[in-house]
Ligand binder design. Structure first.
Ligand code: NAP
Length: 272
């Protein structure tokens, strides 16, 4: 019971990594609030947990909705001990799935033949709206939730925040520059806020997962998915529960001297 009775908010908890974190934290005794943009998926996770869990639908990219969510948490649960900023989107190419698949297929053939002639050209085709939405969900969402969480945590000078970044924030990702920028931004924010709130006894850390088997990978053509497995030295995609275990460590007292850090469960994909 490493999180016994600790009130925890997991954003994007209706699917994939967020769902696994919500379930794992509940096993360790946390009183979990599951957020998602779609009420039905948040409620499905709550149903799986049973007991004291609670679902709140909100778009983390909307500061008014985030404020209302935290007001509900304060009213119903009196405060917040742990925040996991996990909600995210992973669109790979603003020109659509088919264009992405065609380019990926062509590049794989060209790679085998020796010279890649099909260029990704993602940045030059990106619209303002696509760029802005990616940053809004990942970076603004992390900021809006952190801002509200710190107001509650500062009352008791205690708390832990875990931000889900990505290996893309460390090494870049050629098919999604907006995603890479948002995830790198989350790491800079994590380090700065960790230093800012350390005197309050609040710890802030990040996780940089490698390829994890969740619905966010659905847009990938089977061949690219296979390449992702082959590029990963452990030879497989990660399981969302393997990220949940890392999040549990960072949220728990076992990580009491860890702040401003990132942990990267990535199967060896990135070794630094
Ligand atoms: P997922 O299965 O698609 O889960 C993401 C959840 O967040 C979905 O339920 C999604 O709802 C929800 N969401 C999206 N926008 C939201 C918003 N504005 N407000 C609230 N909820 C929102 O994907 P996942 O792989 O578990 O991703 C979780 C986090 O891990 C993301 O931050 C992602 O970038 C990060 N990550 C994933 C991988 C990987 O390989 N899977 C690797 C590195 C990092 P909808 O389904 O309706 O969009």
């Amino acid at each position: 019971m490493r999180l016994d009775a600790r009130v925890t908010l997991v954003t994007g908890g209706g699917s994939g990594i967020g769902r696994a974190i919500a379930l794992r934290f509940a096993e360790e005794g946390a009183r979990v609030v599951v957020n998602d943009i779609r009420r039905e998926t948040a409620e499905a996770t709550v149903k799986e947990i049973g007991g004291q869990a609670r679902a709140i639908a909100a778009d983390v990219a909307d500061s008014a909705q985030v404020r209302a969510m935290f007001e509900e948490i304060e009213r119903a649960l009196g405060g917040l001990d742990v925040l996991v900023n996990n909600a995210g989107i992973g669109e790979v190419d603003p020109r659509g799935r088919e264009a992405f698949h065609a380019k990926a297929q062509a590049r794989i053939g060209e790679m085998m033949a020796g010279t890649i002639q099909t260029h990704w050209d993602v940045t030059q085709a990106m619209t303002d709206a696509t760029w802005a939405r990616m940053l809004a969900v990942h970076l603004n969402g992390t900021f809006y939730c952190t801002r509200e969480a710190l107001k509650l945590m500062s009352r008791v000078n205690r708390g832990a925040i875990v931000n889900i970044s990505s290996v893309a924030g460390l090494m870049g990702i050629e098919v999604a520059p907006h995603y890479g920028a948002a995830k790198a931004g989350i790491l800079g924010f994590t380090r700065s806020v960790a230093r800012e709130v350390a005197t309050r006894g609040i710890r802030v850390n990040a996780i940089c997962p490698g390829w994890i088997d969740t619905p966010i990978l659905d847009p990938l053509p089977p061949m690219v998915r296979m390449l992702a497995e082959r590029q990963t030295p452990l030879g497989r995609l990660g399981d969302p529960r393997e990220i949940a275990n890392a999040a549990l460590f960072l949220a728990s007292d076992e990580a009491s001297f860890v702040t401003g850090q990132w942990l990267s469960p990535n199967g060896g994909l990135l070794t630094i």
